[in-house]
Design a protein around this ligand. Structure first.
Ligand code: HPA
Length: 290
């Protein structure tokens, strides 16, 4: 429906309010649902979308300024509906910088979540295991991140109406929500490890030397998303939590090449386990809200 979009054009913080006005209006043309929580469903977690009841599904390219998602394994739809009875907005797929998207576009979904009324965002992703104990299939609660993309969504004139110029990132990964995710995992009998997510630009996987460097820097998992979304979500005042699904051992640990197919296959196995945890977590938020 939309005219051709160049997703690489710089979007500064100061440009976001007008863009969010248009996005919010496009969503409100279709539904009045006010989500409590926003979910970003990464590779392997798209299945959770099927659990969203009475969903209004909006393809990315029906939203003003959004290109269609292109990464394999990413459907590219915004869903508004109920999960375990709780109003949610879910992003099935996401924008990555490695696709040529400007950081300001990559973070628009979480900024839109905030506009639509959500106070909490859950970020999920597929990641490589940098901690050698984190084998494929491990679920890792993110307790902090390393932004090694060299990019930020907060570059350029600020939008004080959304958030401050100098955003604090201490406890960016909410201790309160981490505790709730741990209880949800306990309740489901699912093991959750915990650690630091290193976000790199990609799209190439790391060299073995880079994985050793990441370990030395304190990373437990590595991926190509999530950190910019966390930064923007904190800027906009959202509480943030997230889980990495470890789909493969970090480059060099097994002597085998890494493939995207391996990443998708592990996601298919562990995704439903993570989906159970998130569903229980969301259901608990509904109880807290009543
Ligand atoms: N590296 C970076 N991103 C990833 C990986 C990895 O090993 N696995 C899944 N996403």
């Amino acid at each position: 429906m939309t005219e051709a979009i160049d997703p690489g054009l710089p979007i500064r913080p100061a440009d976001q309010p007008a863009r969010l006005d248009a996005l919010e209006a496009a969503v409100r043309d279709r539904t009045n649902l006010r989500p409590v929580v926003g979910l970003v469903l990464g590779s392997g977690l798209g299945g959770l979308a099927a659990d969203v009841e009475d969903a209004v599904a909006i393809p990315f390219d029906d939203l003003p300024g959004w290109p269609a998602a292109t990464a394999p394994g990413h459907a590219g739809r915004l869903l508004l509906g109920r999960l375990a009875g709780v109003p949610v907005v879910a992003l099935q797929g996401r924008f990555h910088v490695y696709e040529g998207n400007d950081p300001g576009l990559v973070v628009q979904p979480v900024l839109l979540f905030r506009r639509l009324g959500a106070g909490i965002v859950v970020l999920t992703n597929a990641a490589g295991g940098v901690n050698p104990d984190y084998r494929p299939g491990t679920l890792m609660l993110i307790d902090d991140h390393l932004n090694l993309t060299g990019r930020t969504p907060l570059l350029g004139g600020n939008a004080d109406a959304i958030g401050p110029r100098f955003q604090d990132l201490v406890d960016a990964w909410s201790p309160r929500l981490r505790e709730r995710l741990r209880s949800a995992a306990d309740g489901e009998g699912v093991t959750l490890e915990e650690g630091v997510y290193a976000g790199l630009l990609g799209p190439q996987f790391e060299t073995p030397a880079e994985v050793r460097m990441l370990r030395a820097l304190g990373a437990d998992a590595v991926g190509m998303s999530t950190v910019l979304e966390c930064i923007a979500a904190r800027w906009a005042g959202l509480e943030v939590c997230g889980v990495s699904l470890i789909t493969n051992a970090g480059a060099g640990y097994t002597g085998q090449p890494l493939t995207h197919e391996e990443v998708l296959a592990s996601g298919a196995e562990a995704g439903p386990r993570l989906a159970r945890v998130i569903r229980r977590f969301v259901s608990g938020l509904g109880e807290a809200a009543t």
